[in-house]
Design a protein around this ligand. Structure first.
Ligand code: KG4
Ligand code: ZN
Length: 364
């Protein structure tokens, strides 16, 4: 019987400095507090996350985040059973800041420390939000991630495929810039697309004829750029209706691509005959209603329950890191002071690491 544990989690791999306290046993956990200090204001002028600025901001805010998380949970460090920290993948300066903080706390308190793969944190979120049982199928779709995974256990993930270039959120952000819509691009495109015609422009569904679950979004972005330039040349500017039709047609292409590959991933997953078939989606892009309902439709057609954790747990946060720590504590010994911070850290070491670096840092 695994006993109830209370963990402090730290996350600093990209542009959110976060700390959280989570209590429970694997598959049955409760978030006692979750503090996230975003940095978007610091990076707004640069069109992406600036690693050096991010690292400094993390170093400045980690201790404040920890104090706030403990206070909000009504606990102190002496109530903790362990500390969990993101040790990769991510922007290395930020990851190092978090790992150093965890080592300092561990050395000062004697608490065991667990290094957690940031992607495992995302992939295990449905265990925290819904107590979903293994194995389940997972799609991570955000500004920095895009991959289909089968979570066999808290320490075994099978990567079925993912983007070979941009992450979908990154494509939304870039296309929003092309269409003179605001940032972040996802919500801006979704709003514009509401009044647009998704069939007006036949944008490509990249890699749809290739077997497997890999995706590509950079060609789609170029296709939008070409049509926009033609329209601007014709009208001397972009008409509002053109802008809305471009947004809707682009969104439809992303949604179709994700749903098409989700159907294939579901086939592979269902061949395992899981007792309770579950398809979970996480990441900022999962907030998009067109994409979400497309994924839900293929999931329902495959006879699989569809789960989307609340957005606050889907975007970068430390509760998912603490929860992954609780899961891993039941499976392995803690890490030592030689725990290293890693810029790249694939979840599935049998699958080739993906190249490319999104606006949100290195993809694993
Ligand atoms: O998970 P997230 O908050 O951060 C990381 O990337 O780690 O995801 C942010 C991304 C942004 O690229 C944003 O444009 C996209 O998610 N996004 C959306 C929507 N809301 C946020 N994309 C499409 N539709 C949305 N409604
Ligand atoms: Zn993330």
């Amino acid at each position: 019987m695994t006993s109830v544990k209370t963990l402090l989690g730290l996350e600093s791999s990209c542009d959110d400095t976060a700390a959280a306290v989570v209590r429970g046993v694997p598959g049955d956990m409760k978030v006692l507090s979750s503090v996230v200090f975003g940095q978007s204001d610091l990076h707004a002028d640069f069109g992406g996350v600036v690693p050096e600025i991010a690292a400094r901001a993390h170093a400045e805010r980690l201790d404040v985040s920890v104090a706030a998380a403990l206070e909000q949970a009504g606990v102190t460090l002496s109530d903790m059973d362990a500390i969990a920290v993101t040790c990769g993948p991510g922007l290395i300066g930020g990851v190092v800041s978090g790992v150093m903080m965890a080592k300092g706390l561990s050395a000062a308190t004697g608490l065991p420390m667990y290094g957690v793969n940031h992607l495992a944190g995302h992939a295990l979120t449905p265990r925290l939000s819904d107590g979903v049982t293994f194995p389940y199928l997972m799609l991570l779709v955000s500004g920095g991630h895009c991959q289909f995974l089968i979570a066999h256990s808290a320490d075994r993930f099978e990567r079925l495929g993912g983007t070979i270039d941009d992450a979908p959120g990154e494509a939304f952000d870039k296309v929003a810039r092309l269409l003179a819509l605001g940032q972040p691009g996802g919500p801006a495109i979704e709003a514009a697309a509401k009044n647009g015609d998704p069939r007006r422009f036949a944008f490509p569904r990249p890699l749809s004829n290739k077997p497997g679950c890999d995706l590509s979004f950079s060609g789609l972005k170029t296709a939008v750029l070409r049509v926009r330039d033609d329209l601007v040349a014709t009208h001397g500017g972009l008409l509002t209706q053109d802008q809305m039709d471009l947004a809707a047609s682009f969104q439809a292409a992303v949604s179709d691509s994700l749903s098409g590959k989700a159907a294939r991933a579901l086939d592979i997953y269902l061949a395992l005959s899981p007792a309770v078939p579950s398809f979970c989606v996480a990441g900022g892009v999962a907030a998009n209603m067109t994409i979400r309902s497309g994924l839900e439709t293929v999931s329902t057609q495959a006879g699989t329950q569809f789960l989307a954790p609340p957005l606050a747990l889907c975007t970068d946060n430390a509760a998912m890191i603490a929860a992954a720590g609780i899961e891993q504590m039941a499976l392995r010994a803690p890490d030592g002071m030689d725990l290293s911070a890693r810029p790249r850290m694939p979840l599935d070491t049998n699958s080739a690491a993906m190249l490319g670096s999104g606006k949100k840092g290195a993809k694993a």
